[in-house]
Design a protein around this ligand. Structure first.
Ligand code: ZN
Ligand code: ZN
Length: 345
């Protein structure tokens, strides 16, 4: 089968690899019908991946059709149309059963496409461990594209907003307006934010945030602009959706006293120069981490079904898997107004 594989920095190519197959009687194999490239995949593309492996298949966002099920699989059958959670759990422990895959007690918590341990989703077919737990049927009324956004990006944006404790009347700043940052802008309004400031270096991305109702700033102008717009109070909370040290620092500047910063971009800095004095004076709360995808489906699936959240509007490019090398180049270069690229087999 064809799959996008990581070989070296800036070298992700479409290769022929052995077909995905059942390895345990609780596994399923899903034929990919659409997969996404995530901002975190760019870390791998840049050679800053999460393992030392080479030649593994990348990607952790996909929807598809179940091709094969192991003998112990009960809930899923061949032919089902499913979305695959990027966050993988054992499905049997108490936290998994509550949807909190990150606290999986069996060591089952993981993600596709970071090493050979669990091959990625940018592939014609995907082996899903614990198939009864790690996929869900595509919800009624949702398109394949909407479902794809539910495998990682939209739950992550929602998780970032939950971490920022956004609620009615809050003043929010979102730093970084890639697909997840833009979804956070939309989610913040749905959660009741009174004002959302949105910060990015790219004018086209600011324009989209503005169309969602945000007040937008270039990064350099954001501190003074938000100071003026809030009469010195600054934002109640920040969602940081880049993961760079500079943008995390910026987010900490843009919130006011007792502000909350919720960072959801991948950051692999070993030693971060945390502005302790600023945090102390402001009495800041700082959160960082990854999203337990299924935990947020009960809240956001109905919001997508009702059209209150429209994650599909951030899809800009549709390409074939065999053109994956170009898809990565384009996304990395932020050319052609690219936000979210989906690939089909
Ligand atoms: Zn991701
Ligand atoms: Zn578990």
């Amino acid at each position: 089968m064809k799959a996008l594989c990581y070989h070296a920095p800036r070298t992700i190519t479409c290769d022929t690899v052995p077909d995905a197959k059942l390895q345990a009687d609780t596994d399923i194999v899903v034929r990919m019908t659409a997969c996404g490239i995530c901002g975190s995949d760019l870390h791998i593309y840049h050679g800053e991946g999460f393992s030392a492996d080479l030649g593994y298949c990348v990607g952790h966002e996909a929807v598809g059709e179940v091709m094969e099920v192991g003998s112990q699989v009960r809930r899923v059958k061949t032919g089902d149309r499913v979305m695959i959670s990027a966050a993988v759990g054992c499905g049997g422990c108490a936290p998994c059963l509550a949807g909190n895959v990150l606290k999986c007690e069996t060591g089952g918590a993981g993600c596709y496409g970071l090493s050979h341990a669990l091959e990625g989703c940018q592939s014609e077919a995907i082996r899903v461990p614990k198939g009864d737990f790690n996929v869900a049927p595509i919800p009624d009324g949702l398109t394949e594209e909407q479902a794809l956004m539910l495998t990682d990006n939209l739950p992550t944006a929602w998780f970032g907003c939950v971490g920022a404790e956004i609620g009615p009347g809050k003043t929010v700043v979102v730093v970084g307006l890639g697909p997840i940052g833009l979804m956070a802008v939309e989610a913040a309004f749905v959660m009741g934010a009174a004002r959302v400031f949105a910060v990015d270096l790219v004018a086209e991305r600011r324009a989209i945030a503005k169309s969602l109702g945000a007040e937008v700033f270039d990064a350099a102008d954001a501190p003074a602009g938000i100071m003026e717009a809030t009469k010195g109070r600054m934002a109640d909370c920040a969602v940081e959706a880049v993961g760079a040290d500079a943008t995390i620092n910026l987010a900490m500047q843009l919130v006011g006293r007792q502000g909350i910063v919720s960072a959801i971009g991948v950051n692999q800095t070993r030693k971060f120069d945390f502005p302790m004095a600023l945090a102390f004076v402001k009495t800041l709360t700082f959160r960082i981490g990854t999203c337990s995808v299924p935990r947020y489906w009960p809240a956001i699936v109905p919001l997508v079904q009702s059209g209150r959240l429209k994650p599909e509007r951030f899809l800009t490019h549709r390409m074939k898997l065999e053109n994956g090398a170009e898809a990565y180049r384009l996304f990395d270069a932020r050319e052609d107004g690219v936000l979210k690229t989906i690939m089909t087999a």
